[in-house]
Ligand binder design. Structure first.
Ligand SMILES: [Zn+2]
Length: 202
């Protein structure tokens, strides 16, 4: 997932060619190039993997660690705050998250076991839906049970943006995208943005 806080106003802090769908800091030319390379390795809207349901992980081996390392590197290069395995074409229930100055971490077989009653609507972007930013309602607080990369059980509570990221990434593992969660008008706008555009060769 990628973010732009609603309080930033329209594209004031970090304008990118992807349409403001970046973290708050300005990206220098090298960071922009890294971001483009990362996005080219992340499945984009229209790719069937994004609509598939990922399977539970049952092997906690070196391959799983390497997958998590690769996903964390891609998430960082893409200036994202979360990335799900389905977004790199791997149908396993794993996502990575890095939010609010915490170390990036991988959660395996995650599930939400508690949801706070309070919800909030805020704009969300997605590394697989470039140029799209739509309002999505999420629970403000969620508690997650998951496993770490070694199969050790974890129980974690998230609040605010990290809680939003967790809900976004969990959706990915079930083939659900932000355009499925937004209001009809925002969805229409997003689909228009995602429609393939004519390419000029020259
Ligand atoms: Zn996403």
């Amino acid at each position: 997932m990628s973010i732009r806080r609603a309080s930033d106003g329209p594209y004031t802090t970090a304008v990118s060619e992807e349409g403001g769908q970046v973290r708050k800091e300005e990206l220098d030319p090298q960071a922009r190039a890294l971001r483009r390379l990362a996005l080219a390795q992340i499945r984009q809207y229209g790719d069937p993997a994004l609509r598939m349901t990922a399977r539970e992980v049952d092997r906690f081996d070196h391959d799983l660690e390497r997958l998590a390392e690769r996903m964390i590197a891609l998430m960082r290069d893409a200036s994202g705050v979360g990335l799900a395995a389905t977004q790199v074409g791997i149908l396993q229930r794993v996502f990575v998250i890095e939010a609010e100055d915490e170390e990036p971490r991988a959660l395996v077989n995650p599930r939400i076991v508690e949801r706070g009653a309070e919800t909030a609507v805020d704009d969300e972007g997605c590394l697989s839906l470039q140029g799209v930013l739509v309002p999505v309602e999420r629970h403000h607080v969620v508690t997650v049970e998951a496993l770490d990369l070694h199969g050790v059980p974890l129980r974690l509570s998230f609040e605010g943006l990290p809680a939003r990221v967790v809900q976004h990434e969990l959706d990915h593992l079930d083939g659900t995208l932000i355009i499925d969660r937004t209001d009809p008008e925002s969805r229409r706008g997003a689909l228009a943005e995602l429609r393939p555009k004519p390419v000029l060769y020259g």
